[in-house]
Design a protein around this ligand. Sequence first.
Ligand SMILES: [Zn+2]
Length: 508
Amino acid sequence: MARRVYIFDTTLRDGEQSPGVSLNVMEKLQIARQLARLGVDVIEAGFPITSPGDYEAVKTIAREVRGVTVAALARASFQDIDQAWEAVREAEQPRIHTFIATSPIHMRHKLRMTEEQVLEAAVAAVKRARSYVSDVEFSAEDASRSDLDFLCRVLEAAIAAGATVVNIPDTVGYATPEEFARFISEIRQRVRGIEKVVLSVHCHDDLGLAVANSLAAVMAGASQVEGAINGIGERAGNAALEEVVMALYTRRDQFGCETGIRTEEIYRTSRLVSSLTGMPVQPNKAVVGKNAFAHESGIHQDGVLKERTTYEIMNPQMVGISQSNLVLGKHSGRHAFRQRLQELGYELGEEELNKAFQQFKILADKKKEITDADLEAIVEEELRPVPVTYTLEYLHISTGTTVVPTATVGLKKGDELFEEAACGNGPVDAICRAVDKVTGIPCVLKSWGINAVTSGKDAIGEVTLKITENGGKTYLGRGISTDILEASAKAYVNAVNRLLWETGRLKE
Ligand SMILES: [Zn+2]
């Protein structure tokens, strides 16, 4: 029987630490549900002590998401651990994940603790966590730059104190594959009791080696890999879980391991994470990039047409990229629409379905062929759980090379219609100013980006933007349309709705 490798997802904790990313509770819950569908073994839902929002998110996920272990992160302090337990206690399978740094550089400069003090703190933390729950993970932060003798002592003590998982992070992405594999082997040989616990790795991608290091560690006997969807995370990010999983699967002849991942859910998970975090996936990204299965050269195309495996080691369906292109059009009914969505894996409530169907009809009037990618864009827009304060009713733009760009917007709030007009440096600027006049909230546009969901002149444009009210927190907005100015207006209104909601000003 193939050896089982556990997949520990930290998209919601380490991934959320990506610069510029901030997810609210509902968005985190939505991602967590998809991660459970994907079949990860552990969801690290957050770091409860760091903020009330993080605490709330972990608590909600622990309560709502079943069939998966939910972990909460805590430093090696009683206060952190107590808070982590409060947040995660309602989970079906709760885990407390506690950590302390073991490298000389971290102990001296960051912790200002001696080796003995770190060892003591680690043991005390694991014992405290074990007093609450039977599943306790201990991480030696910056393990790859630690003295191996000391690291082994700490791990041995943590296991003796009750840790059930020990994690070896390459916190700063410094390791190389051969070296990291040797490191893992040494630990397996030297640490007493290591065979009774899960040996985990957590690699960062500063040198682009996170996936390679994780796989090398698996070869050396590691049985849990930590990472994030699309490889997001601190700095250059974490090991991309979809790459780890597909490498283990495609080269099972080499690794002899299996995971519990339902690979057909990979693409959808990647899209959801990208859309909610506002972090685009690069086109040439392995496994989930737009070009990952595109064959450009004539020789390659010819080969693939004759026999796919000439140039394809995985097929797109395996990761959930649907092959059919032309699916629905103007005359498709509600039934066909719902059925196609089900085939794509979306289960919508009646109200969501109605709204999505209306959007579909509007789009079908503008665009002859509605592809799966279009449908996904529509559905994701309907599924984004931000209470709607304002909706864009209409938009009129006047722009050109010799006129001052002017926008008139009509926004609905409940049954009331508000209209305003404004000039700007460009049409998008004019739209934002007109919306600001309606809402009375002057916002600054921090970033604006567009992505064509499908190809062709009538492609849907997906605008993702970020706004801030007074230079503080940023709020993400997303909007789709075949008209990029309309998509911009929708995205801006979406971001304002989010701002109103998250700052508790819904009832103004
Ligand atoms: Zn990390």
